[in-house]
Design a protein around this ligand. Structure first.
Ligand SMILES: Nc1ncnc2c1ncn2[C@@H]1O[C@H](COP(=O)(O)OP(=O)(O)OP(=O)(O)O)[C@@H](O)[C@H]1O
Ligand SMILES: O=P(O)(O)OC[C@H]1O[C@H](OP(=O)(O)OP(=O)(O)O)[C@H](O)[C@@H]1O
Length: 208
C-alpha cells in the first residue's frame, strides 16, 4: 500500500485529474463527501489536508508521498525529503509587490513587508543584505499596503488580478511556484518500485 497526502483546496482537483490520466482509480476522490481518508482499488490510501499538514504527515512517516506547493515547501523548515516530480499545476510566482512608486521612495527607516510567508521574505531580503521588518498576515496580504500597515508585500501572484484591483504591482519576481511530488526518504527505500512507477505514470500523463 502507498500512502499519499494531497493538499486540499485549490490544487486538489488538478492533482485528481492527473492521477486519473495516469490510470489510477480516482472514483473514491470524485465521490468524496466529508471523509478525509480514502482507499482506492489500486491500493492507494489517500488523505486530504492543509498544505503545511501534508508536509507534517510526510515528516512523521504517516504518508509516503505528498502533493504540495513549492510555496509551502519553501516556507517550511523541514527539507529532509526527495522531490521527485514537478506536476506543473498550481503554477504561480512569489513576488515583491507594492505601489508603483515603491522603488523611487527614499525610506528613512526599515521597510515594513507584510507576508503570509515570513521565511521566504526573510531569505529574499537577506540575499539583498537589506534589514527589513516583517509583518505576518494570514491572508488577504494585499491589505498590508492598502490600509497603511506595510510598505510592500511578499505574496503569491497568479493572474495579477488581486494586485491590480488594489492598485499594486509586481516590483520584483522572487521565484516560480508549482505543485511538487515529495517522498519520505525511508518510504523511498522500502517502496522504491511502486513510487518510481507512480512517477513514470504521472510523467506520461503529463505529456499525453
Ligand atoms: N492564486 C493562488 N493563490 C494561492 N495559492 C495558489 C494560487 N495558485 C496556485 N496556488 C497553489 O495552491 C496551493 C493551495 O492554495 P489554497 O489557496 O487552496 O490554500 P491555502 O494557501 O492554504 O489557503 P487557505 O488558507 O485559504 O486554505 C498553494 O499552496 C499554492 O501552491
Ligand atoms: O494573482 P491572483 O490570480 O489574483 O492570485 C493571487 C491571490 O491569490 C491568493 O490569495 P487567496 O485567494 O488564496 O486568498 P488569501 O489571500 O486569503 O490567502 C494570493 O495570496 C493572492 O492574494
Amino acid at each position: 500500500m502507498i500512502k499519499i497526502a494531497i493538499t486540499k483546496g485549490r490544487i486538489q482537483k488538478q492533482v485528481t485529474n492527473l492521477l486519473e490520466n495516469a490510470n489510477y482509480d480516482v472514483e473514491p476522490i470524485l465521490n468524496l463527501g466529508r471523509e478525509l481518508q480514502i482507499k482506492t482499488k489500486d491500493d492507494l490510501q489517500i488523505i486530504f489536508g492543509k498544505a503545511n499538514d501534508v508536509i507534517t504527515f510526510l515528516e512523521h512517516g504517516i504518508v509516503d508521498i505528498g502533493f504540495v506547493g513549492k510555496d509551502t515547501l519553501d516556507e517550511n523548515d523541514f527539507d529532509d525529503y526527495y522531490e521527485l516530480l514537478d506536476l506543473k499545476i498550481g503554477q504561480c510566482i512569489f513576488a515583491l509587490a507594492s505601489y508603483p512608486d515603491f522603488s523611487n521612495k527614499n525610506f528613512q527607516r526599515r521597510k515594513r513587508i507584510a507576508s503570509k510567508y515570513p521565511r521566504v521574505t526573510k531569505k529574499y531580503f537577506a540575499q539583498k543584505q537589506e534589514d527589513i521588518e516583517i509583518i505576518k498576515l494570514e491572508g488577504s496580504v494585499e491589505l498590508g499596503p492598502v490600509v497603511g500597515l506595510a510598505d510592500a508585500i511578499v505574496d503569491i501572484v497568479e493572474t495579477g488580478n488581486t494586485l491590480s484591483a488594489n492598485g499594486l504591482e509586481i516590483i520584483e519576481k522572487i521565484s516560480d511556484i508549482s505543485t511538487r511530488m515529495i517522498v519520505n526518504k525511508s518510504s523511498f527505500k522500502f517502496k522504491k518500485d511502486k513510487i518510481i512507477e507512480m512517477v513514470k505514470r504521472l510523467e506520461d500523463a503529463q505529456t499525453n
